[in-house]
Design a protein around this ligand. Structure first.
Ligand code: GUN
Ligand code: FE
Length: 445
């Protein structure tokens, strides 16, 4: 297939390529085989051939291709409580809202209803890849993986482990450590067997240190190494969670997770607002990525991620909506909130406090970096060839229509950068005219 149109794609954390009128040739496996300008002599022939064959998709005037968004942190079972009870402290919110809801996924019929609506919604937001926490239930977790595979969303799905009787409620936990680990192995094998051509991958998922026994954490580290699968968890999210590891192990949760073999080149840790500089070095050394969830952090973390500093350290970072710790299902909102928070941190949130001395503040990120985090940064965090419209990358793309829904306010446009500003900061799901994953159209016709 061939896709033709103008496109925006990140090429480095601080650089966006503006491709005016280009052709993207996508092979049958859904990977971009070639990118060439429409005025290239070869393009004329290719266009004629694909137009005749009906395998050409052309952007209409006002439409632009962008890479699909990568959402590194979604709690799929929390979809029914999106936006609810965010004013509660984390521990209270988990015990009184989240765990009772997650317990309901013992019923795979309920799971199918919720997960079908969630995956549809995220695809319509332009999220082509999502990294999901499911629940402790093996069957319902497989249902989520199946829905992603059938609907065509690239997904990384984890059956959650929470086997510590002292910290989990009796209505929602893995009653037994050995069977919890057996369930994880069964889940990995069933997801591997889905026959979805690698579109859906299993993830080892200890919920967070407070919910797991040492035996489970060590067992999960071994399973992750044996199967070479991704790992996800929460790390240094809130001060009480952060303190739990110090009380239990005398060291940070990042160091503790590392001790259990859970910080690997395929690990993604959510939040990480309380990382020490030593923890950050550990992340850099192991290739562990941060899922930055700015909306959720505003409610449940007790700090703001020093994003500028962590980027400058060379850490792998992408964005997460943290449904339902965050109220917004869209990576677009996370991108905007990441920008706003980094600027707030930079300029000082408290006008009564003296401005930080030059060079001592964290500094803010620029729009290019926010775009990177939402796309290619997420791809690098997952070690997958996604998040760019470039040769060798999957055709995971969204077509944004700036004329849809009454149109974006694009008067007096000076250059394409003005258009990118509006797309990233002003557009909504209603401006998405098409979404593709691995070359397959999943939204639009
Ligand atoms: N820590 C452990 N579980 C959760 C969860 O579901 N959401 C958030 N935000 N933090 C957590
Ligand atoms: Fe979370």
């Amino acid at each position: 297939r061939i896709f033709r149109g103008p496109a925006f794609t990140p090429v480095s954390p601080t650089e966006v390529a503006v491709l005016d009128d280009h052709l993207f040739c996508v092979d049958p496996a859904g990977t971009v085989a070639r990118v060439l300008a429409a005025d290239d002599p070869e393009a004329v022939e290719l266009l004629a051939h694909h137009r005749a064959a009906g395998t050409l998709t052309e952007a209409a005037p006002g439409q632009y291709f962008l890479p699909g968004f990568v959402d590194l942190h979604v709690h799929a079972p929390q979809w029914p409580q999106l936006g609810r009870a965010l004013d509660r402290p984390l521990g209270d919110w988990l015990m009184n809202y989240t765990f009772p809801l997650e317990a309901r996924y013992a019923d795979p019929v309920f799971a199918r209803q919720v997960y079908t609506q969630l995956v549809e919604n995220l695809l319509r937001q332009g999220t082509t890849t999502a990294m999901y926490f499911a629940t402790v239930h093996t069957q319902a977790s497989v249902v989520l993986a199946e829905i992603c595979a059938d609907r065509g969303q690239r997904a990384l799905v984890g059956k959650v482990t929470m086997d510590d009787r002292s910290s989990n409620p009796d209505f929602y936990w893995d009653a037994d450590t050995a069977s919890a680990l057996d369930g994880v192995v069964e889940f990995i094998e069933r997801v591997h067997g889905l026959g979805s051509g690698g579109l859906v991958l299993p993830v080892v998922t200890p919920r967070f240190i407070p919910s797991c026994t040492d035996r489970a954490l060590a067992g999960l580290g071994e399973i992750a190494a044996r199967y070479g699968v991704h790992v996800q968890s929460h790390c240094s999210e809130s001060d009480w969670e952060h303190q739990c590891a110090f009380d239990r192990y005398g060291r940070s949760d990042a160091e503790s997770l590392d001790g259990f073999g859970l910080l690997t080149g395929r690990s993604v840790m959510a939040h990480c607002v309380h990382l020490s500089d030593r923890d950050a070095e550990l992340f850099a050394r192991s290739g562990t990525a941060i899922a930055h969830c700015p909306v959720s952090n505003a409610f449940f973390a007790d700090a703001v991620l020093p994003l500028r500093r962590r980027l400058d350290e060379g850490l792998e970072i992408g964005l997460g909506t943290d449904i339902s710790g965050g109220f917004a299902p869209s990576v677009r909102t996370a991108l905007r909130e990441a920008l706003v928070q980094s600027r707030t941190l930079d300029h000082g949130a408290d006008p009564g406090r003296p401005a930080p001395e030059r060079g001592t503040h964290d500094g803010h990120i620029v729009l290019e970096e926010a775009f990177w985090l939402a796309t290619a940064g997420g791809g690098e965090a997952l070690s997958l060839p996604i998040g760019r419209l470039a040769q060798g990358y999957a055709w995971d793309a969204q077509l944004v229509d700036t004329t849809a829904a009454g149109g974006l306010p694009l008067f007096d446009v000076r250059d394409s950068r003005d258009v990118l500003d509006a797309i990233l900061l002003v557009s909504g799901a209603e401006h998405i005219a098409g979404v593709w994953v691995a070359g397959r159209r999943v939204i639009g016709d």
